[in-house]
Design a protein around this ligand. Structure first.
Ligand code: APR
Ligand code: PHB
Length: 390
């Protein structure tokens, strides 16, 4: 088989790239090692920047997102028993974010792909990129016990942090940067009304808490927890009690509780690998970088990588210019590092670290107080949160 672009990975990066390429008449095949249902069973974050919303529209997969997603003009920072609104809309001259679950976005892209008839191959084993240093790269995989090969012009490695694409590059050609945080996030989903119509990021001496949502009737809550915490030790009752303790009193009193239907613990890490291009292989999204969820940037960074790569491939096929493809790694990384910095900063300001003493707690509260009372400081936070321009 032959195609123009083989996309390894059917997460948000691979699906978004695939549908943008399909819309531009560039043939592509998506390969994933797991099934569609498995991918749709994963619960991930849910705050979209305007740039991400625009890419969903361009991929012709934005209709349900506009109908069901919740546009948010601000969020709250809670600390020292109070909460303060960050007016995203006012501070950024009219920008907002869209609260829409990554699972739903993935489903919309899959459905749009099925409508266009573009090929996706699920349950593909032993996927491997080859000869991407030369002019004739190809990808091999196994399906139902039969070895297959797809020849192509380019390979997009959209296969996440544990994927094969980054691992296929010789170690000496790649440089990695990593920070692992000494805590995790315990998250739950419950069909209860959100405690507030906007997100609340709470700094508390007992640890960070986040109140988020998926809809007017479905809430997503997180608590900072130790990495060795066991899920079975966290009954719903214990979760709700702990969340109440970490919120200002008026929110704690308003909190609606109920049975959770999803509960998981995720570790927090910052990771970047450089460069993001190796000949005709490109790394995209989580395959190249991970950010802690505190800034809600993971999915949005994947989308900005897709934007740069799509524009580069479009130039290659339509204008016969490799300028965009050649600039992909530098352009993507410049934006990646700014989001890595922002996510690290939000994480550092809002969490309790093992060595956070009373002094450090006071410094965090002073920084939060400054942020919520200085228009200049709040503007810097807001412009990063809504997303820096592509
Ligand atoms: N062969 C084929 N497919 C693979 C392989 C492999 N060896 N390894 C991983 N994959 C697939 C996974 O099964 C998954 O469906 O690649 C896909 C990668 O998807 P994601 O991990 O969702 O990564 P990405 O599309 O870059 O999305 C980034 O999703 O993971 C979150 O926090 C992240 O929000 C961010 C966004
Ligand atoms: C979520 O809704 O899952 C969510 C929202 C904001 C974040 C992280 C996660 O910063």
């Amino acid at each position: 088989m032959r195609t123009q672009v083989v996309i390894i990975g059917s997460g948000p990066s691979g699906l978004l790239l695939g549908q943008l390429l399909t819309g531009a008449g560039i043939d592509n095949v998506i390969l994933d090692r797991v099934s569609k249902d498995y991918i749709l069973g994963r619960v991930r974050a849910g705050v979209l920047e305007e740039g991400t919303v625009g890419l969903m529209d361009r991929a012709k997969a934005g209709a349900r997102m506009h109908a069901e997603g919740l546009p948010h003009d601000g969020f709250s920072l809670a600390f020292d028993g109070r909460d303060h609104r960050i007016d995203l809309y006012g501070l950024t001259g009219g920008k907002r974010v869209m609260v829409y679950g990554q699972t739903e976005l993935t489903r919309d892209l899959m459905e749009q792909r099925a409508l266009t008839g573009a090929p996706s191959i699920y349950a593909a084993a032993n996927v491997a990129p080859h000869d991407f240093d030369g002019q004739n790269p190809y990808v091999t995989y196994e399906r139902d016990g039969i070895n297959q090969r797809i020849d192509c012009d380019f390979i997009a490695g959209c296969d996440g942090f544990h994927g094969i694409s980054r691992k296929s590059v010789p170690e000496k050609a790649i440089r990695t940067f990593e920070k692992v945080y000494p805590f995790g996030w315990l998250g739950i989903l419950a069909d209860v009304a959100p405690v507030s119509h906007e997100l609340i990021y709470a700094n508390h001496p007992r640890g960070f808490a986040l109140c988020s949502m998926r809809s007017q009737t479905r809430s997503r809550y997180y608590l900072q927890c130790a990495l060795d915490e066991k899920l079975e030790d966290w009954t719903d009752q214990r979760f709700w009690d702990e969340l109440r303790r970490r919120l200002p009193a008026h929110h704690a009193e308003a909190l609606v509780t109920g049975a959770s239907f999803e509960k998981s613990i995720a570790p927090l890490r910052s990771f970047v690998s450089e460069p993001m291009r190796f000949g005709r292989l490109f790394l995209v999204g989580d395959a190249a970088h991970i950010v802690p969820p505190t800034g809600a940037k993971g999915l949005n960074l994947a989308a900005s990588d897709v934007h740069y790569l799509f524009e580069g491939l479009l130039e290659h096929y339509q204008d016969r210019s490799n300028a965009g493809v050649d600039a992909y790694s530098a352009h993507a990384l410049a934006r990646v590092w700014k989001a890595v910095r922002f996510s690290w900063w939000m994480t550092t300001m809002l969490h309790r670290f093992p060595d956070t003493g009373d002094f450090d707690q006071k410094i965090q509260e002073a920084e939060l107080d400054y942020l919520t009372h200085s228009r200049a400081a709040a503007t810097a936070l807001a412009e990063n949160y809504v997303g820096l321009p592509f």
